[in-house]
Write a protein that binds this ligand. Structure first.
Ligand SMILES: Cc1cc2nc3c(=O)[nH]c(=O)nc-3n(C[C@H](O)[C@H](O)[C@H](O)COP(=O)(O)O)c2cc1C
Length: 311
């Protein structure tokens, strides 16, 4: 999760029994070295946005021997051999079966399939509910030793149990960890986000345009569907024509912590997040709830009482 996922968040997740990832996507060399230096080797993973990754930064991350190299959004080929030479397993996050097949052929150790519910960037054409079992079947047939992670919409133990039942070996969780005390996101943004429903998110490119992020066209990012998005989504050419003023108003909003205009990167699962908690609480609640559900083999809770207890 770009520079939100610092060493502090990643190590809190790993300490709690998950596997935390440092988000190297938008970080520069100084930022990456600082974050890596505060965690022992092989305790957390490190992620990159593949189409924009600086090979030198990936090399710096690999020298630190992360638990995994996590690659999303583009051609992972140049990085798989260097990672394997250092004994670092590679996770490829992908969005459809064609990309699953290509990642298996490249030698990915773990495939992470992301549904369009997810917060942040993706292709958005598939939902987690169908993509996970289809991928599980494909891997069983073609690469049974390759692990499968599900991403997109997993914010509590019900969803974790669901994706395990669908054939995943684990889950990649973004939005729920964005709303933790350790995440490097402004407290004001987190406090607004925990009041949102999943209806109040949208996939769009308007923040990439205003932030000068040259994402390839097929990628959009899911964000809080705020006033800025209402104004510009569907009017991207107009936004480009008015880019100087739009940039100024975006920068002002960031400085003022005005999240009706500045971006809040969250997925549909934000509607299940009602409080900012520690990463350790999130990991243990999610795992315990999933275990309870799977042990009892009952359907997820639906009574009003259980609903009020679930967060
Ligand atoms: C704030 C935020 C930033 C993200 N940044 C990145 C990123 O830099 N690189 C990446 O591979 N995925 C990024 N993602 C997407 C995650 O890898 C993951 O697919 C997604 O969070 C899973 O869905 P969920 O948000 O419903 O848990 C980001 C997600 C969020 C919420």
């Amino acid at each position: 999760m770009d520079v939100v996922a610092t060493a502090a968040l990643a190590s809190a997740v790993s300490d709690a029994g998950g596997l935390g990832l440092i988000g190297g996507g938008y970080g520069d060399e100084a930022w990456l070295r600082k974050e890596l230096s505060s965690v022992p080797p092989q305790t957390v993973g490190c992620g990159f946005i593949t189409w924009s990754a600086d090979p030198k930064l990936v090399e710096i991350a690999l020298e630190h021997r992360p638990s995994v190299l996590f690659l999303s959004f583009g051609d992972a080929a140049p990085y798989i051999e260097p990672a394997h030479e250092r004994g670092v397993p590679v996770v490829c996050q992908v969005h459809n079966l064609e990309q699953v097949r290509a990642s298996v052929d490249l030698g990915a150790d773990v495939i992470c399939v992301q549904g369009g519910e997810a917060g942040g960037h993706g292709i958005g054409g598939r939902s987690t509910l169908t993509l996970v079992p289809e991928t599980a079947d494909l891997l069983a047939d073609r690469a049974p030793g390759t692990l499968l992670l599900a991403a997109g919409g997993i914010a509590d133990g019900r969803a974790l149990a669901a994706v395990l039942a669908l054939g995943a070996d684990g889950a990649l969780v973004g939005t729920r960890f964005w709303a933790t005390t350790e995440a490097q996101a402004p407290a004001t943004a987190k406090s607004i986000a925990v009041t949102l429903s999943g209806d109040q998110t949208r996939r769009t490119s308007v923040y990439d345009i205003v932030r000068d992020k040259a994402w390839p066209k097929r990628y959009t990012g899911r964000v809080f569907d705020n006033d800025f998005v209402h104004k510009w989504h569907g009017h991207e050419d107009e936004l480009r024509a008015n880019i100087a003023a739009a940039k100024q108003s975006f920068q002002d909003a960031l400085a003022d912590e005005d999240y009706h205009h500045a971006n809040v990167i969250v997925g549909e699962a934000i509607g299940l997040v009602r409080s900012v908690r520690s990463a350790a609480e999130v990991v243990s609640d999610m795992a315990n709830q999933a275990e309870r559900i799977m042990r009892s083999q009952t359907h997820c809770p639906s009574s009003a009482t259980e609903r009020s207890n679930r967060t």
